[in-house]
Design a protein around this ligand. Sequence first.
Ligand SMILES: [Zn+2]
Ligand SMILES: [Zn+2]
Length: 60
Amino acid sequence: MKKSKKKECDHVYERNPYCGAWVCVKCDDHKGLERYFCGWSRTSSNGYRELLEMGETIEE
Ligand SMILES: [Zn+2]
Ligand SMILES: [Zn+2]
């Protein structure tokens, strides 16, 4: 495994009351998820848009 210059976060997950996911209080990582309807995404700043582009249906 390559060493990363980026400091690893020792995730501290807490249940987020707004989106219902387990979210790291330090880095906002959503446990076990790549993106989520609340707008978070591991790879971009707009997970909600990513979901739409992937063809997922999100009920308003
Ligand atoms: Zn973290
Ligand atoms: Zn969220």
